[in-house]
Write a protein that binds this ligand. Structure first.
Ligand code: ATP
Ligand code: MG
Length: 425
């Protein structure tokens, strides 16, 4: 084939797009209950929105970004995630001003881009549904964000998930831990993978996230960040756990969990599943956390924020496995079968009128035999169908037949068009 989609991208076709729309609808409904509003920021941003002057050392920023110079020689990047762009918009539009609510709560849905090796649940263009609660530092806000994510899973009918949390503390706690971790890892330097060696001094916390088996052996006995939290950070984390318990949200603490981006502080969390959909291996579908340094790094006030990103492709894999009944097809209410050209023309007008009344009406457009059209109606799962030809045009009435049943009802066309719900249940 001459033209093909780029590697790591997919076409979402009818049959699949319905599940996307229904997920998005459920997400919006959930977010609205918590006072979140939609935000739509550009899909590409200045490269520095993601890299920032501090030099983000994460793989996402250093290895996976789609970046290029545009015709005006600006260094541009396709967004690899939603938070940095949202915070950029928050700062640029001065949404931290006194006239705006605190926290400033937004959600977004859309494509993200990362140059990765494509595999199941991993693409180069993928989609996230995300939320951000900006400018309030409070364990209640953290728990509200987590609770909202959990409730969305519940609403989607997905039970087989677990919530894992950890705390990365504030910058003082992180600095202390950083030193302890370097001290622990240094004696193993030569045994560490190349990636981990290069990360050891730049960002040792990333070593904890290494997928290398030997690294993992070494990491097993590494000190825990939770032992290095200062009083404020430790109290904050205690409060988060307390509030989760009060909301009856079950969680695990994994003190080795870190996140793929450098800006996280305090609470971080992942919602994962070992569903069959992921070969029974724990896979993260939703991930997020608090980022108290990010807003100021992007030129805003020294305020905190917390959010999450949910991978929609992985969510759909999970949904298909855990709640296959999620999609119930929208059935055609009435299918009009044309017996001749006069009937076909009237059918064309009737379906238009019925649709204006909120009826899912359909007809055939291909001039086939009556029998073939009836088969089409039944194949498309129409609830009712009716044949319309010269006779029906003259009598101004049609016989509505319930598919796969013997019920037939003769109805006046004008009455049907006027009050269709009386005839099509
Ligand atoms: P992973 O460790 O799987 O690479 P990550 O830490 O890079 O994940 P985040 O940046 O936290 O992922 O993104 C949040 C969610 O977005 C992930 O849990 C996942 O569901 C989804 N996601 C991330 N990268 C991809 C991708 N390349 N393709 C599909 N979904 C993705
Ligand atoms: Mg990744």
């Amino acid at each position: 084939m001459e033209y093909q989609k780029p590697k790591g991208t997919v076409d979402i076709l009818p049959g699949q797009s319905e599940i996307w729309e229904k997920i998005e609808l459920n997400a919006r409904e959930t977010f609205h209950l918590y006072g979140y509003h939609g935000i739509r920021t550009p899909i590409f941003e200045d490269y520095n929105v993601f890299a920032r002057n501090v030099g983000d050392t994460s793989d996402i920023v250093t290895k996976e970004m789609y970046d290029f110079n545009d015709k005006g020689n600006r260094h541009i990047a396709l967004r690899p995630e939603g938070t940095a762009g949202t915070v950029r918009a928050y700062v640029e539009n001065k949404l931290y001003g006194p006239e705006y609510s605190k926290p400033y709560k937004v959600y977004y849905m859309g494509p993200m881009f990362r140059y990765e090796r494509p595999q199941s649940g991993r693409q180069r263009q993928f989609n996230q549904i995300g939320v951000e609660a900006l400018n309030t530092e409070s364990p209640q806000v953290d728990v509200e964000v987590i609770s909202m994510a959990m409730n969305l899973f519940k609403k989607l009918g997905i039970k087989n998930i677990k919530l894992v949390i950890n705390s990365l503390g504030d910058s003082e706690s992180r600095d202390n831990y950083r030193k302890a971790l370097i001290n622990y890892l240094e004696p193993y330097f030569n045994e560490l993978s190349e990636d981990s060696q290069s990360r050891l001094y730049k960002n040792p916390l990333r070593v904890l996230d290494s997928k290398d088996e030997k690294d993992q052996e070494i990491i097993k006995n590494a000190p825990s960040i939770l032992d290095y939290l200062n009083e404020y950070s430790a109290d904050y984390f205690e409060k988060v756990k307390e509030l989760l318990t009060e909301l009856n949200i079950t969680f695990e603490v994994d003190y080795r969990m870190v996140r793929g981006l450098d800006y996280y502080t305090h609470t971080i969390f992942e919602i994962m599943s070992d569903s069959n959909a992921f070969g029974n291996k724990y896979t993260t579908v939703c991930a997020g956390g608090r980022y108290n340094g990010l807003i100021s790094q992007l030129g805003g006030p020294d305020e905190g924020g917390i959010g999450f990103g949910m991978g929609v492709e992985r969510l759909i894999l999970l949904l298909n496995e855990e709640n296959p009944d999620f999609i119930t097809n929208n059935k055609i209410d009435l299918f009009l079968v044309s017996a001749d050209s006069l009937g076909d023309n009237l059918a064309f007008i009737i379906v238009d009128k019925l649709r204006k009344k909120g009826i899912y009406a359909e007809k055939s457009y291909i001039n086939s035999k009556v029998k073939t059209q009836i088969k089409e109606a039944i194949r498309k799962n129409a609830k009712y169908y009716a044949v319309i030809g010269k006779n029906e045009c003259e009598s101004k009435a049609i016989e509505i037949k319930e598919s796969n049943k013997d019920n037939v009802e003769k109805v006046n066309i004008a009455e049907l068009v006027q009050n269709p719900h009386d005839f099509l249940h």
